[in-house]
Design a protein around this ligand. Structure first.
Ligand code: ADP
Ligand code: GN1
Ligand code: MG
Length: 354
């Protein structure tokens, strides 16, 4: 396959090495090492992104805007192939290639609060720079991606159509999701509130979607496929989901699922340094809600996928998405225990950011 793709970029496949790269769940990603420089080659997952050209057009609009707004800002976008296109529709699928950010490291879990601060600052900077970009001009790359109300309905449908054995086994977790439906109701309040506007939101702020340098400083955000109009709780919430706990969503030993309170503060500080002047007072009041919004949604998504035989995320072993869902529910329980405490430091932190 590569021998057909690389020449489209003017690369000779004989002097180029191609290796599978990273731990993304959605696209196929390879590192391409050529004589002059390295690249990340991706085959876009068209089961998830039905119309890849929507992503390509968004990236082009954002690139033009950001290049003017802050020429120093590192916006990692696809290079052009010899044809002049930045997305290639080939018989083997849709491909694109971005320059490999040299010296960058991706993390799947955080060990230091400074890393949480750095990552949150990168995502805050991204939305902050785009605060005066008209979000409505972006294409919707996945309709209703973070529509929690719809996700909940889909979950109920997944339960109704589930394999009876898997459903019986999952009963305790299905009950937990249903008992916490108030999280969906708060989402509906937010959507109806004019003080919580649609902004340019990344929608996938998990920790391996930000690149770090060797000194643990954030370099830039990546994985821009889901950049669309959305609510800030999506980005803040996914940071909480993936930065607060030392163990990742893959962890099956639930004793390792606990929350690091000082990481919450680090997320707040990093994000607010860039976004405090942009967010409304009403949005700021939903900062703590963001964590339970996303953790709950991710639990629903993994559990629904398990009940639907792993059609979205795939499974590396039997019960993989079930384990991920159990992990996320354990994380949510820990988060709910801490919620009150988070709100107190938040009010003292706020003073610095008003
Ligand atoms: P997915 O949608 O499957 O998560 P990503 O775009 O996040 O795909 O890419 C997967 C991984 O590849 C990232 O987590 C990161 O480790 C690495 N990666 C992607 N783009 C770059 C880049 N431009 N430079 C360095 N590493 C990258
Ligand atoms: C997927 O693409 P990746 O691996 O960064 C998913 C996110 C989930 C995440 C869970 C388009 O992210 O929404 O939060 O897995 N992306 C899509 O790990 O569904
Ligand atoms: Mg990714």
């Amino acid at each position: 396959m590569f021998e057909n793709i690389l020449p489209l970029y003017g690369l000779n496949s004989d002097d180029t090495t191609v290796n599978l790269f990273g731990d993304g769940l959605i696209n196929h990603t390879w590192k391409v090492t050529a004589a002059e420089q390295s690249y990340i080659l991706q085959k876009v997952n068209t089961d998830v992104f039905k119309e890849p050209s929507n992503i390509d057009k968004n990236l082009s609009l954002l690139k033009d805007f950001l290049n003017k707004k802050d020429p120093e800002y590192l916006f990692v976008s696809p290079v052009k192939a010899l044809s002049g296109e930045s997305l290639l529709d080939t018989p083997s699928g849709y491909f694109r290639m971005t320059p490999f950010v040299e010296g960058s490291i991706s993390l799947n879990a955080l060990t230091k609060r400074e890393e949480a601060y750095e990552a949150a600052k990168q995502f805050g900077k991204f939305s902050g720079l785009l605060a005066d970009f008209d979000a409505s001009t972006l294409n919707i790359t996945i309709p209703d991606f973070h529509n929690l109300s719809l996700r909940y309905e889909q979950f109920k449908t997944a339960c109704a159509n589930a394999n009876p054995e898997r459903l019986e086994q999952a009963k305790e977790y299905v009950d937990f999701i249903n008992e916490h439906k108030s999280i969906v109701n708060t989402y509906l309040d937010i959507v109806a509130n004019d003080e919580v506007p649609l902004r340019v939101i990344h929608h996938d702020t998990k920790i391996n979607n930000v690149l770090f340098d060797a000194n643990n400083k954030g370099i830039c955000v990546i994985d821009l496929d889901t950049v669309m109009p959305g609510y800030f709780i999506s980005d803040v919430g996914d940071m909480m989901r993936t930065y607060l706990c030392a163990a990742s969503e893959e962890e099956t030993d639930l004793t390792k699922i606990s929350i690091r309170k000082d990481f919450f503060k680090a997320i707040y500080e990093g994000y607010m340094e860039e976004m405090a002047a942009v967010l409304s007072e009403t949005e700021k009041q939903y900062f703590t809600y963001a964590g339970k919004f996303i953790i709950y949604m991710q639990a629903i998504r993994f559990l629904a996928d398990h009940l639907q035989n792993d059609i979205y995320y795939g499974a590396k072993y039997e019960g993989h998405n079930f384990n991920r869902a159990i992990n996320q529910i354990a994380l949510l329980k820990e988060y709910l225990k801490m919620e009150e405490e988070f709100t107190t430091p938040l009010s003292s932190m706020k003073e610095q950011h008003n």
